[in-house]
Ligand binder design. Structure first.
Ligand code: AMO
Length: 432
């Protein structure tokens, strides 16, 4: 091949001033029509038609093989791109075996299990790739917004000595002479970094939940987008920050992922303000409007779905904050409400009827925290290093965490949260 030519991307071909280009990618399809062949070439940026004539007509290559093409760019009205390649040379860099299923159909016609088992192949499909491009854009926008607002990115351990969320859904692992756990959340550490003096922090990292749920919304490992910040007035400030973060994330996705959103046929929500409803009100609405009785101090899956419908119809919003959960329903670090200490200054954010976030103001007073641990029946000695944090000057603070896969799952209206994870971990899936 011509060593003087550098690789061009397919998306650059449209505006290229070069006449001859070198492209590399996968063979999406090849068709032979008499003395002419049409090869559709795909790279990370798009698809282009390559025309093979004369001695190259009838060129034999297996679908999904990786090839390098040198050809002349010619304008055409026959393709969306407006240009095609008149092939001069073609070289196979790596051949593909026979595919277990077709990856070039408009819709990928495989079940969820096969899609996940054959991830490298299902990813070749543009709609599947689009999911992860949207995911990547969300994460970048989340980080960008927070960095712009003076938050520092932190990295906290995923091997820990205690679960941070209460409950039994922790994975245990042997750790030399001790027993350790996989982190359920960076909760304690993000608070410790705030108290340490960083004031405003965020983290993007996996967390682990030993949940035996085989549902469309549970994973055993997911990416948690965590935020924590100090010197807050109240937990409303935390909800305001989350609203601003989400608004920015969706704005960036609309800007950067136009092609992907068209392909997936979704529109970006216009977030102006997110309605807030207390848990008591929410349960009342469910009971009076839908005759739906909720579990004590909480909402169940059906209740969340009905509330999603209610806020869409009433406020035209895909989102709703549910606030003031009772103490029993929230972890030990959650701040009780000053006027009514039976409830907490906490919230969940529902998006299209699914919880995608929890957040709260935290207890920053040492003695109150000790009481809270004891009320939950927890042994304070097991959490000593966390509790000691509050002995040396801790500002009022709060934060929240967004489940990344749940956000993508709901936004793109996928069939299952697993579709929003490249290599999901569930009760039975450990490979690939
Ligand atoms: P919580 O436990 O509610 O709160 O988790 C926060 C968000 O994480 C997502 N999530 C999950 N996603 C997929 N599979 C799961 N099994 C799963 N479990 C939770 C949800 C949920 O809203 N430390 C607090 C957050 C905070 O207060 O800052 C926490 O972890 O989207």
């Amino acid at each position: 091949m011509d060593k003087t030519l550098k690789r061009s991307l397919i998306r650059e071909c449209k505006s290229s001033i070069e006449k001859v280009v070198l492209l590399q990618g996968w063979v999406k399809r090849i068709r032979h029509l008499g003395n002419i062949s049409f090869l559709l070439l795909r790279d990370r940026s798009g698809v282009i038609q390559c025309v093979l004539e004369n001695e190259l007509a009838g060129y034999k290559v297996d679908m999904e093989s990786v090839v390098e093409i040198v050809g002349e760019l010619v304008e055409t009205s026959k393709t969306d791109l407006g240009v095609e390649i008149l092939v001069k040379k073609v070289k196979v860099l790596n051949t593909s075996e026979r595919l277990p299923f077709e990856v070039n159909k408009r819709q990928l016609q495989v079940g969820l299990d096969q899609m996940l088992n054959e991830r490298v192949l299902s990813l070749r499909h543009e709609r599947v790739q689009a999911i992860f491009k949207v995911q990547s854009t969300f994460v970048r926008a989340f980080s960008e917004f927070l960095i712009e607002n003076d938050f520092a990115q932190i990295f906290t351990p995923k091997i820990v000595s205690q679960g941070a969320e209460g409950g039994a859904n922790v994975f245990k692992l042997p750790y030399f002479q001790q027993e350790a756990y996989l982190a359920q959340s960076p909760q304690f550490y993000k608070q410790m970094m705030v108290t340490g003096g960083l004031e405003r922090v965020f983290e993007v990292a996996p967390v682990y939940r030993a949940e035996y749920h085989n549902s469309s919304r549970h994973l055993n490992e997911y990416i948690s987008l965590d935020v924590e910040f100090g010197f807050i007035q109240d937990f409303h400030e935390v909800m305001e920050l989350e609203t601003d973060v989400l608004r920015y994330m969706f704005k960036k996705v609309a800007e950067k992922c136009e092609k992907e959103l068209n392909l997936l046929e979704v529109t970006v929500p216009n977030i102006i303000e997110i309605p807030k409803i207390t848990l008591t009100e929410a349960q009342h609405i469910l009971k009076t409007r839908y005759r739906k009785v909720s579990p004590i101090g909480d909402l169940d899956t059906e209740g969340e779905k009905l509330l999603g419908k209610f806020v869409k119809e009433t406020y035209g919003s895909d989102f709703v904050f549910i606030t003031h959960y009772p103490k029993e329903a929230r972890p030990m670090y959650t701040m009780p409400n000053k006027d009514n200490p039976a409830v907490t200054d906490s919230f969940d954010l529902l998006y299209k009827g699914l919880e995608i976030t929890s957040g709260a103001q935290r207890i920053h007073e040492h003695d109150l925290l000790m009481v809270s641990f004891e009320e939950k029946g927890l042994n304070v000695e097991d959490f000593q290093s966390y509790i000691d944090t509050f002995r040396y000057g801790c500002p009022p603070h709060g934060g929240f965490a967004i489940g990344l896969e749940r956000l993508v799952y709901k936004f793109l209206e996928l069939s299952n949260v697993r579709e929003a994870s490249a290599f999901p971990r569930d009760c039975t899936r450990l490979a690939p």
